[in-house]
Design a protein around this ligand. Structure first.
Ligand SMILES: *Cc1c(COP(=O)(O)O)cnc(C)c1O
Length: 378
């Protein structure tokens, strides 16, 4: 079954919800049943669409959803999603009340924040907070023992705030070298002890992103926060062999030939005379460009696309709304073109595309703009 948001364009991203469900079920199989899975759907579900992927994730067994921003959490609530949601970024304390009212958990790591959040709620609701400690990522969280002590002292007097969780984030879980990971992990153990000295047991303790969860499941306490692997992409190339099952990529990107012509030798193709035909060539125009997030670098880095299962080159510069490709032979208008994904036996993976652009697979679905409709297949 496929359904499509209203669009009349010939370019689309296909999102296979069955793959997302498979990746989540296989991940859950690596853990005892008392470990909860938080499906990370920040950044519009890593470009896949937050609402649809969140629903699929919940169906497959995810109990929590994770986002970066309160706005993202509120959007999920507006769409009728009732699962617990944690905001992993910093939320302004002014918004603590709306979060509490909508049953959205917030991340807390500043004692002043606790006092302010408390003053906005004043016992009218209960806000679940997850305490964030910085064990080496250097981004969010409390790093010093004294800081944690003071924070816990303030928290004790905030009757509207309930410490439901405690977590940290790894900086190098996707690296073959595990020394820094080990250091962060042991620092986290110290932090857990310290926090428990103040408030006893904490319901959820979590540290595992995709890489840590797949490689070190025994170090993940009772919750994992799965992002990239739920979408079927590896956190990094070097740990692909450590992943205990074959990830199924959910995202692919397609378009169609909208014009084809046989062009004589010596003809300019596109802006700036960047490509001149060297012989009589079949040139097709494809309606995807840099305004769709298919950046000009693809052409300068020698990108290929698939047409009828064959790799063909992009020629000339990528325009805002179109690009041109050179075909070995005539193909009719309407022929499917794949930028990311498979045709017949041939595949251009997001990993390949990421390497082409000197980046990580995470960026590939994220960079495809909202102008490209997502079509869901389940
Ligand atoms: C994005 C994010 C995750 C998920 O990371 P993946 O590598 O995509 O699994 C987990 N935790 C935090 C704090 C994050 O920001």
């Amino acid at each position: 079954m496929a359904f499509k948001q209203a669009s009349r364009r010939d370019t689309w991203a296909e999102v296979r919800l069955d793959c997302i469900k498979y990746n989540i079920r296989m991940t859950l199989q690596q853990f005892h049943s008392d470990v909860s899975l938080m499906a990370m759907v920040k950044a519009d579900g890593y470009g896949h669409g937050a609402v649809e992927t969140a629903k699929a994730a919940i169906e497959a067994g995810a109990e929590f959803l994770g986002v970066a921003l309160l706005d993202e959490a509120l959007e999920l609530r507006d769409e009728g999603i009732e699962a617990p949601i944690l905001v992993l970024g910093r939320t302004n304390p002014e918004d603590a009340l709306i979060a509490a009212q909508k049953d959205i958990r917030l991340t807390a790591f500043q004692k002043e924040w606790l006092e302010e959040a408390e003053s906005y709620i004043k016992g009218t609701a209960r806000l679940n907070v997850h305490i964030k400690v910085d064990t080496g990522m250097g981004r969010f969280g409390m790093a010093e023992e004294e800081e944690i002590e003071e924070f816990m002292g303030v928290l004790r007097h905030c009757c509207s705030l309930h410490p439901e969780g405690l977590y940290t984030h790894f900086a190098t879980a996707d690296s073959k070298k595990t020394e820094f990971f080990e250091r962060q992990y042991s620092c986290f153990l110290d932090n857990i002890r310290l926090v428990k000295d103040h408030i006893g047991e904490v319901e959820y303790i979590h540290c595992g992103n995709s890489a840590a969860s797949l490689r070190f499941p025994e170090r993940c306490f009772n919750m994992v926060r799965i992002g990239i692997s739920m979408y079927g992409l590896p956190p990094s190339k070097e740990i692909i062999d450590d992943i205990p099952f074959t990830l199924q990529p959910a995202f692919s990107l397609h378009s169609r030939i909208v014009q084809i012509k046989e062009v004589p030798q010596g003809q300019n193709i596109g802006y700036g005379q960047a490509y001149i035909t060297t012989e009589k060539e079949w040139i097709a125009t494809i309606p995807i460009g840099y305004a769709d997030g298919w950046y000009r670098q693809h052409a300068s880095k020698g990108a290929e696309v698939l047409v009828d299962g064959v790799r063909v080159p992009i020629v000339g510069r990528i325009c805002m709304d179109q690009l041109m490709v050179r075909l070995p032979e005539y193909r009719p208008v309407g022929t499917k073109v794949t930028m990311v994904g498979s045709q017949n036996q041939e595949t251009i993976s997001a990993v390949e595309v990421a390497e082409r652009l000197d980046t990580i697979p995470y960026e590939i679905p994220c960079m495809i703009s909202k102008r490209v409709p997502r079509i869901y297949v389940s």
